[in-house]
Ligand binder design. Sequence first.
Ligand code: AMP
Length: 371
Amino acid sequence: MENSVSLLGKRFVPFLPEAEILQAVQKVADEIARDYRDKVPVFVGVLNGSFMFVSDFLKFYPYPCEVTFVKLSSYRGLTSTGIVETLLDLPDQVEGRDVIILEDIVDTGRTLQELVHMFSNKNVRDFRIATLFYKSEIYSGEYQIDYFGMEIPDKFIVGYGLDYREQGRNLRDVYQIKQNSMINLVLFGKPGAGKGTQAAFLKEKYDLMHISTGDVFRYNIKNGTDLGKLAQSYIDKGELVPDEVTIKMLQEEVEKTSDASGFIFDGFPRTTAQAEALDNFLESRDMKIDATIALEADDQVLIERLLERGKVSRRSDDQDEAKIRNRFEEYNRKTAPLKSFYQEQGKFHSVNGVGEIQEITDRLSRVIDSL
Ligand code: AMP
């Protein structure tokens, strides 16, 4: 089972491993088999969520039976809308038969009410309700739940057929939503450490917004904005752009995407004043930095990487070894002290930044997954 999974920007953490789910499925199958061994029941799976449950259930059910499906829809995102639509109606084969509904999950009971309504004019002989997961705490329906695999607390869960906005149904295990699931990371390291390269992978994997202050400056330079003109003189010398300007720019970037599920800050903060401003700014928005991860590599490796990159990127600050060395000096003087700033907050993590790109992504992911 994964430590966590990310679906459409929400994080989910382990709730039930496959083996326990299958035990619960078997329990339902055994109980129904005991009651129906001399009959031929029609099992009615409720799509979409129940398809995995129905499939495994039937493998555990040892006697003659039939199976069909209906389709209803009520969940829209994280909370039930209360609106239940019938998308696929019952076939006629249920008339005069012993029908057992197979639901993946019963919570408030609204979907169930609609189901019972569907059966009310079908003249079935006997009608029972089985569900794999049962949120008994919040069930307020009037119908008895005849069989259930296990009772669960009122948590939003995904996996084993259950979805979050249609994703996550293919997970073999069940995960629950992680509250306050925003992740904000600082990628830390000298120029050339691979922050931008790694951010591109991490942003996809964890559905985060990547903000590279260097990229924002270069974008402004390219477009000839006032900010670009101001920044260029510093960047060309391999010096840091003044804090005041950089902090304001960073805040504007964050504010542009206030609905993001988290940020990767790349190349920011680079001074203690920037780090303090970032903490204050995030706090004012009920956010925080979760981890600062440093990519470590020797200067000589970095200089070679930067000169190599300079041939392709044509970045003037990557093509001249004197400028590169000046950037390292700026780093040692102004940025390196941030290590202790974040260590004191218990947020500093160090990762070996030398190796295959994928290996380094894996090292970073291990830190992020442990948060
Ligand atoms: P980078 O692409 O991160 O290597 O940044 C390139 C250049 O942009 C740096 O050498 C600085 O001149 C400027 N810059 C980027 N981020 C910052 C920052 N947080 N503070 C000051 N200057 C920055």
